[in-house]
Ligand binder design. Structure first.
Ligand code: FAD
Length: 568
């Protein structure tokens, strides 16, 4: 079944759940009216269906290669990327002053999700560039902005993020790449970075790396890290890519999936770079890119889930096997296949709604600079990232199961979704790290941002009681239990919080999902949204009880075994 862009789902979510009209009511995003966003999504959807989705298989079968130091991308990727760039999709959220569309992150998230569903490994290239654009918009000098932003926004140049080193993965503060001041406003960057997504390609005239490195005498840890823009080709006085910089791709990783995305080991040998943000402020500047990418990666999970769901649905509507209760004579009539497809659809929808709520909070922050929106965006980002990618993995796994034996056979393409999406729970901060961020940094406000969300969910559930008493009660109760657990969590030390962080994050997402489904049911009474909401609230939401029990189980059992006992 070819990929079909879920434009109607987005429009429904924008109108009834997310409240995109509130974003469009701000001066900053006044152009993002319902008509405009629907037209934009329709256009992006066509691109994804007709041009991007056909590249998914080619990338898997013909991975990017390194030939004599040059990265050769998968067949068709150059044209696919060109179509993305020409459509203006790289710069969809970027500042119009430099050629961007200036659209809200809410709309960007929807477009990026469709692109990920169509071809995850190609979509990672514009996603990285979008993060770099945002980091430069916020932290670069006016000269750098004027030179680089138009090229990145138009898609003529791409951007990467370089944090990871062999000894510095989750612990970025352990990185040892060096920067030396050349005394002329430039720096010489040396060191090795690993796992750099789209570290090079053969279809743009330049690739710009944002590299974290340390100046001599810088303090240890994250405080001593600065950020540098290091282009593959150093722009000449007219802004054209000039001489080659002293950096190279040493090798490409052989991965279980995402074959079309070149994952590069990069070597910098005194490469010329420009500082972005203040000395020692590298992590703060890079965090702009990372937060953007975290929501983007959550969206990748949702996209992969949608792709896997549609793929499995197509198979289920076609495959005849066994005597069935229903009329189609295909496996979609079997109860367990229905259970899987309903789960896939309900989970994908919940994760999509969470990503969009997070994106809206980012937009409202951008438009109003209001602290309440800012803290909501910060709180929702790790949830959108971790839940979106967990669901991507679970739904893609279920997609294989729906296919039976054919799911395990590569030709159907079901396995590719599962292989490609696997990394999304790992990169951009593993999901374990996201959960720790949620229960530690994001609770430094004493749980105020979370409490505001619980208030809203409970008020909305109260209002829904007249129409859907059982569903409303389930959502209200779930929110209240989560509120109590949050209060308990905040009273614990970090060791206890961290031991319960992953189930806590998932329970939070479950409750948000319940709210999203309940509100969807109210706005589509008797329709498909109500039916899917009933499934989610009756069968999936109850998981929050056991998750919250795990979240409050303390740290003893997690730490009970000694390393020797583990190995015994
Ligand atoms: C395909 C791919 C593309 C990537 N793209 C990029 C890129 O473009 N740019 C870039 O800079 N990096 C990139 N990465 C690197 C990625 O961000 C790291 O792999 C990731 O941050 C984890 O680091 P690590 O692999 O060193 O694992 P480790 O940090 O060694 O983690 C191993 C395990 O320990 C856990 N762990 C580690 N520290 C803690 C802690 N403090 N508390 C609790 N648990 C902890 C982790 O959750 C994980 O389960 C990419 C990786 C891959 C595989």
């Amino acid at each position: 079944m070819p990929y079909r862009a879920p434009v109607d789902d987005y429009t429904f979510l924008f109108d009834h759940i997310v409240g995109l009209d509130q974003v469009a009511a701000t001066d900053r995003f006044a152009d993002a009216t319902s008509d405009v966003t629907t037209a934009i999504l329709t256009e992006a959807g066509k691109l994804c269906e007709d041009i991007i989705a056909p590249l998914q298989r080619a990338g898997d079968l013909h991975p990017a290669k390194l030939e004599n130091g040059v990265v050769r991308t998968s067949p068709g990727y150059a044209d696919g990327y060109q179509a993305i760039a020409e459509g203006g999709w790289v710069g969809i959220a970027a500042d119009p002053e430099y050629g961007g569309m200036g659209l809200p992150m809410t709309v960007t998230t929807a477009v990026n999700e469709m692109m990920s569903a169509a071809c995850l490994s190609l979509q990672l290239a514009p996603l990285m560039t979008q993060g770099q654009i945002e980091a430069l918009e916020h932290h670069a000098s006016d000269e750098i902005k004027a030179l680089y932003l138009p090229k990145l926004i138009s898609g003529e140049w791409t951007g990467t993020m370089n944090l990871t080193e062999p000894q510095a993965g989750s612990d970025v503060g352990a990185l040892s790449s060096k920067a030396e001041d050349n005394g002329d406003g430039t720096y010489s960057i040396s060191g090795q970075k690993i796992y750099i997504s789209w570290g090079d390609n053969d279809f743009t005239e330049n690739v710009c790396h944002l590299v974290l490195a340390r100046l001599p005498g810088a303090p240890a840890g994250t405080k001593g890290i600065s950020l540098f823009l290091v282009p593959r080709n150093i722009p000449d006085e007219n802004g054209n890519p000039g001489v080659a910089n002293t950096l190279k791709v040493v090798s490409l990783e052989h991965k279980m999936g995402l074959h079309g995305s070149p994952t590069c080991v990069m070597q910098y040998d005194g490469a010329k770079g420009w500082m972005v943000g203040p000395e020692g402020g590298g992590m703060a500047a890079m965090f702009t890119m990372m937060n953007n990418a975290r929501l983007g990666v959550g969206g990748q999970g949702v996209g992969a889930a949608e792709g896997a769901y549609q793929h499995a649905l197509g198979y289920a509507l076609d495959r005849k096997q066994g005597k069935t209760e229903g009329d189609t004579g295909t496996i979609i009539d079997h109860a367990d296949v229905r259970r899987m497809l309903m789960t896939m659809r309900a989970e994908t929808y919940a994760a999509r709604g969470i990503a969009l709520l997070c994106a809206k909070a980012i937009d409202m922050t951008t438009a109003t600079d209001d602290e309440t929106w800012k803290s909501r965006a910060a709180l929702l980002t790790p949830i959108a990232k971790a839940f979106g990618t967990d669901i991507g993995n679970e739904v893609a796994g279920m997609g294989i199961q729906v296919h039976g034996g054919m799911g395990f056979v590569e030709e159907t393409g079901a396995a590719q979704y599962a292989r490609d999406v696997r990394v999304t729970t790992i990169y951009e901060g593993t999901n374990g790290i996201q959960a720790m961020d949620l229960v530690a940094r994001k609770m430094m406000d004493g749980g105020e941002a979370a409490a505001r969300i619980f208030d809203e969910i409970e008020t909305a559930a109260e209002a829904a009681r007249a129409t859907f008493p059982k569903m409303a009660e389930a959502v209200w109760q779930a929110s209240e239990t989560l509120r109590e657990t949050t209060e308990w969590m905040i009273a614990q030390n970090h060791r206890v919080r961290f031991a319960g962080a992953v189930p806590y994050l998932r329970a939070f997402a479950r409750v948000l999902g319940g709210h999203i489904h309940l509100q969807s049911a109210l706005n589509d009474q008797g329709g498909a949204h109500e039916k899917v909401a009933r499934f989610y609230i009756q069968r999936l939401l109850p998981e929050h009880d056991s998750l919250l029990a795990q979240a409050q189980a303390g740290d003893y059992d997690v730490y009970a075994l000694t390393p020797e006992e583990f190995a015994a």
